[in-house]
Design a protein around this ligand. Structure first.
Ligand code: ATP
Length: 513
């Protein structure tokens, strides 16, 4: 087992032990790829939502919110293409009986070659030091050139298979590349089949097929069908956007990797409606804006990268992902798609209702183009959890596990800890707690030695521990301990609120996003 997998396992068990994430229906042995957010997880999740919402809706006077229903008229999904085209190309391994997405197998193959190139670069960098020129090296090193050629050819061939909808050629490509089942190593594959990812159910008591409806596989369509309602009632002019946070459901096949790929998950999506012809400009703008949002969190910038799509979805004229370096490698965290006027035009033709916008500046009507930013809330949660998980060796050789979550996203902003329960310290500390809890989510803990209480707060990412001791009763001062540096300082109680504010106030982050 390599060390990244090791860390990932630790993060998963930490999430359970410290009340972030539980497996759904665990007492019945769990439901695969479905998870529950526990007492600390729900706080972190809500804080991520709040930050995204504020940076989209509060900070942009041309973006408004929406909360549309999960259940929608079944024609919605016919119009969007999900009934006919929301398919994954699946392939089974005959020996291991495991099922995979064919394109993911090929992308993993490409990622392996990419990491070979990276190894060559790292080696050369070490050898040449400051004088190393990576661009020149990529252009001249024969091994790198050969590997890059392999990658380019593979992408080219895969693209062609998807463009021509040729599953036989896709299977041939997997055989030719010698791709093996990552679990069993076997190359004994079945043919590739398409599988629809939507969950269906029935509405009302009737059991005939006309009553079949779907759980939405994306929140976007709720925005599209409401486009004109929102535009008219908000009197927004194009360009403007509609933001929504909500659940989506996909009957995923490869349901591994914890909350990275779930069957019930949450999306934070914003559809930005623009004048036809201006979409590529807005696409660029949103690419940059969204990357800045991620960077504003203070997570190492090396953990993020763009990945431009080789295989464009049927509705897109440009698309990329923001990928995050999860413990199991770089994977999609957010998608940014230039969706053209596909969705609105489709809904016009399936509903028979006009979804055109009258542009008062040009004095004409048109169906707007759409640029979408769509981020998985659960994947963002996992990105934060994995970037903040540290095991640090202390001076006395003990290990402390700490979650260095961006302070304003932490489940609790501070913990109040009376040094001992007696001598009036508890009463004093509780008063402090009562005064602060109207401003922030504050934890109160008086059990065990204070060192152990510090560890408990470190493990759930509480940025500040506030200790009340005997002197506090007389001098009205408390000790603040910083989670990341473990440094302590003595502060007057009257200055405490502004000390906490400095660290956790969301506006400090919003101004950077
Ligand atoms: P993937 O290629 O990983 O399946 P996707 O390209 O199908 O993702 P989109 O349809 O673009 O994903 O959805 C937008 C975002 O929703 C993704 O960037 C991801 O963060 C999130 N997402 C999609 N599917 C899941 C899932 N099964 N579980 C958790 N989050 C998901």
């Amino acid at each position: 087992m390599n060390s990244n997998q090791d860390i990932f396992k630790k993060i998963v068990s930490h999430s359970k032990e410290y009340g972030f994430i539980f497996q759904s229906s665990e007492i019945y042995d769990g439901l695969s790829a479905v998870y529950d957010y526990a007492q600390n997880g729900v706080e972190l999740k809500n804080n991520i939502k709040k930050y995204w919402w504020a940076s989209m809706v509060q900070m942009n006077d041309n973006i408004v919110g929406l909360d549309s229903a999960i259940l929608m008229h079944p024609k919605t999904w016919k119009a969007s293409g999900h009934v006919d085209a929301f398919n994954d190309p699946l392939i089974d391994n005959k020996d291991s009986k495991l099922r995979y997405r064919a394109d993911v197998l090929i992308e993993d193959y490409i990622a392996k070659i990419e990491s070979k190139i990276q190894k060559e670069i790292n080696k050369a960098q070490k050898r040449f030091g400051d004088s190393f020129d990576e661009i020149q090296f990529r252009k001249t090193n024969q091994r790198v050139l050969d590997n890059q050629k392999k990658i380019d050819n593979t992408i080219e061939q895969m693209k062609k298979c998807f463009q021509e909808d040729d599953l036989l050629a896709l299977k041939k490509l997997i055989d030719e590349l010698g791709i093996a089942d990552p679990v069993s190593g076997s190359r004994n594959w079945t043919d590739i089949k398409q599988f629809n990812l939507m969950f269906s159910t029935k509405v009302g008591a009737s059991s005939d097929s006309s009553s079949e409806i779907y759980l939405r596989p994306e929140t976007a369509q709720g925005i599209f069908v409401n486009f004109l309602n929102v535009q008219k009632s908000s009197r927004k002019k194009i360009p403007f956007g509609i933001a929504q946070i909500g659940k989506a459901f996909r009957n995923e096949i490869i349901a591994r990797q914890f909350i990275f790929r779930m069957r019930e998950f949450e999306q934070m999506e914003m559809q930005f409606f623009v004048k036809p012809g201006t979409q590529s400009e807005w696409y660029k703008k949103w690419k940059e804006t969204r990357m800045n949002w991620h960077k504003s969190l203070g997570i190492s910038e090396e953990n993020y990268r763009f990945h431009d799509h080789d295989k464009l979805a049927h509705y897109a004229d440009a698309a990329c992902d923001i990928e995050y370096k999860f413990p199991f490698g770089f994977k999609e965290l957010e998608g940014i798609h230039s969706r053209t006027n596909f969705d609105l035009t489709q809904h016009e033709s399936h509903s028979g209702k006009k979804l055109k916008y009258f542009d008062p500046e040009d004095n004409k009507s048109y169906v707007p183009y759409v640029v979408e930013t769509s981020i998985g809330l659960d994947r963002m949660f996992l990105a934060i959890l994995s970037s903040s998980f540290f095991e640090e060796k202390l001076e006395n050789d003990s290990i402390r596990t700490v979650l260095k979550i961006p302070p304003f996203l932490a489940p609790f902003k501070a913990a109040i800890l009376p040094l001992v329960k007696k001598d009036g310290l508890s009463e004093f500390a509780k008063k402090l707690y009562d005064n602060l809890k109207i401003h922030y989510n504050i934890s109160y803990d008086e059990k065990d030695a204070v060192g152990r209480r510090y560890r408990r707060q470190d493990a759930i990412g509480t940025p500040l521990c506030i200790t009340v001791d005997h002197d506090s009763l007389n001098d009205n001062m408390i000790t603040i301990r910083d989670r990341d540096t473990m440094k302590q300082k003595r502060v007057k109680i009257k200055d405490l609120k502004s000390e906490i504010d400095k660290l956790v106030n969301i506006s400090n982050w919003l101004s950077k996003s």
